[in-house]
Design a protein around this ligand. Structure first.
Ligand code: ADE
Length: 251
């Protein structure tokens, strides 16, 4: 999959995209990241990319011309791939949206800065808008990295365990079960004995129940939409049946 990222700060991407899973995905060819500095398409001698807002008020607005020029020179006119603006006004990013994007061969990410971006970019160039949460960042770069990261780990041949994304928190609509590794006892705190039992049926059931318990405690809103089996529902009913009693704690 190919990402074209349009930004005023291409240098902030390298420390992240050069290492670990994303770095390896780029080396293997599963992922291509092309960084484009919008300023390279500014035409005046000061290479201006922002200007004062019409109507007054504080802050600066990113100009339309260099953004259109950058995106159209890389992706064609009209652009031959979705152009996604990262903005707190976009649709909320989620694992579902990540899966949707991971199906595409190519995506352009446009990172805003300053107070905003000329509305004509949004109306006539951008095809989708994504927000990574209800807070305001100083620019879209971190949001673009979040999207790039979540999508990349879903691409074929990127993770060592090809089934890993199916087990993640949110993949099934539930939060994932807890994990343990050696030693079996650390500072007196023991690993749950079932995990040392070698009984894979029991381990799978324990993990599923932990996942249900954790979701019920931390994100009960997710349960309504989760894919639950009859056994899951029975377990949840049992947890909730002792009317008035506190739910069992996670620990
Ligand atoms: N740019 C600034 N804040 C943002 C957010 N929350 N999500 C996406 N892009 C942003």
């Amino acid at each position: 999959m190919r990402f074209d990222i349009f930004t005023l700060f291409p240098e902030v991407f390298h420390p992240y995209i050069d290492v670990s899973i994303i770095g390896r995905a780029r080396k293997s060819g599963a992922l291509e990241v092309h960084l484009h500095n919008i300023r390279d398409w500014a035409t005046d001698k000061h290479r201006t990319v922002d200007d004062e807002p019409y109507g007054g008020g504080g802050g600066m607005v990113m100009k339309a011309e260099p953004i259109f020029a950058a995106v159209e020179s890389v992706l064609g006119r009209p652009p031959q791939a979705p152009v996604i603006l990262l903005t707190p006004q976009g649709r909320p990013f989620s694992q579902k949206v990540a899966r949707e994007l991971a199906e595409l061969p190519r995506v352009a990410l446009l990172c805003g800065r300053y107070e905003g971006i000329d509305e004509r970019v949004r109306q006539h160039l951008v095809t989708d808008e994504i927000s990574i949460g209800d807070y305001v960042l100083t620019g879209g770069e971190l949001a673009a990295l979040v999207v790039l990261d979540a999508v990349t780990r879903l691409l074929p041949n990127v993770l060592g365990d090809p089934d890993a994304p199916d087990k993640d928190s949110h993949a099934t609509g539930l939060l994932e079960h807890p994990h343990y590794t050696r030693p079996a006892v650390f500072r007196g705190w023991e690993v749950p004995p079932v995990l040392l039992s070698g009984d894979h049926g029991k381990i799978a059931r324990w993990r599923r129940e932990q996942s249900l318990l954790r979701t019920l405690h931390r994100r009960p809103d997710l349960l309504a939409k989760a894919q639950l089996t009859e056994e899951d529902r029975a377990f949840l009913r049992k947890l909730l049946s002792e009317d008035g009693e506190a739910l069992p704690s996670e620990d």
